[in-house]
Design a protein around this ligand. Sequence first.
Ligand code: ADP
Ligand code: ASP
Ligand code: MG
Length: 405
Amino acid sequence: MALIVQKFGGSSVRDAERVFNVADIVTSKYREGNEVVVVVSAQGDTTDDLIEKAMELNKNPSKREMDQLLTAGEQISASLLAMAIEKLGYPVVSLLGWQAGFTTSTAYGSARIKRVNPERIKAELSKRNIVIVTGFQGVNKYDDMTTLGRGGSDTSAVAIAAALHADLCQIYTDVEGVYTADPRKIPKAKKLDFISYDEMLELATLGAQVLNNRSVEMAKKYNIELEVLSSLTRAKGTIVKEVSNIEKMLISGVAKDDNVARISIIGVPDKPGLAFRIFSKLAQKNINVDIILQSIGRNGTKDITFTVEKDKMDAAIELMQTYVENFGATGVVADDNVTKVSIVGSGMESHPGVASDMFEALFEANVNIQMIATSEIKISVLIDKEMGAQAVQAIHAKFFEQIGQ
Ligand code: ADP
Ligand code: ASP
Ligand code: MG
């Protein structure tokens, strides 16, 4: 007998037929004698629809009320799945985040899980109940419901798996696993049998939406092996785990992130302390900076360019404009018509040709590179948004579609 945590994303519980499909997956594991805890997301596009409803009434609602609203999505899918399982004749109980012991930070809309007290879940399991838990939510110290940020149900599942010391954590979704690129955009993308936590974390952070990056971070921290698989085909999926050196791949995937904007401070005096002043102002306003590029000083001035998340662009421009004179710079320019394309792979550390292969693929596709950032296991380029799809296609072809691969 094993303790299994299964998470089902929005498309897996989209309508009654899909809910029964999930009920079938869950009860077949239960029938084998396992203890089963299920985490569900809101049905289909429910979260987006709820956001739209809110915007019709108030373009700037309080984050607290948004969380009151959005937690309803998962409440609906959890209770409906429980009803479907009841109908199949199995003992089941659904729990909201607070009932399942999820305590979070106070940050409405992007709360962090502080603790999962699994007592209630354990009590239900010991009564041989199948336990359904709402993903994406918890309760803060004010007894208010909070949400964990978009895609947060993956993190709820991993947190439960960690708290219960589960034997297996399965993330069911609408594709058969983690691929070398988004399989909906790149038909030749290949399913990976396994991927390391570090590579998956990079891919998720760099735009591969299949897993939420916080969930991967947590899985790594608590050493929880994840299996990403399809609720529709039920084929063998991808295992996310600690990977040995021998198993390491040169490149594991290509990702694209459109949620990016580029900001340049022009004519910054070429003297010490300016980078410090610029980036400390941004940090004070909680504006996260990603790629940074500084030009060589010429005639006593230089340009400093950086990227931020798209929804932080206006705040960053406004902030920089208030200081531009004070910095002694001449202006601020911004562009959100950009995208970030990245390759991730733990083998690139020891293979010097990877960057040049990536740049060659971009050159062959006639894509101009605006900025480059590298780490031990990733290379990212900032390019024109219109060229994004073509760039991913070209890079994927270069690394994964050559003869003999
Ligand atoms: P869920 O609702 O189950 O949480 P998501 O929509 O959040 O599902 O994530 C699944 C989607 O992630 C897939 O439909 C796919 O289009 C996208 N995706 C992006 N990059 C990848 C990748 N490298 N491998 C697999 N899926 C990917
Ligand atoms: N329903 C939430 C969202 O759409 C959480 C999730 O799906 O993981 O972001
Ligand atoms: Mg998701």
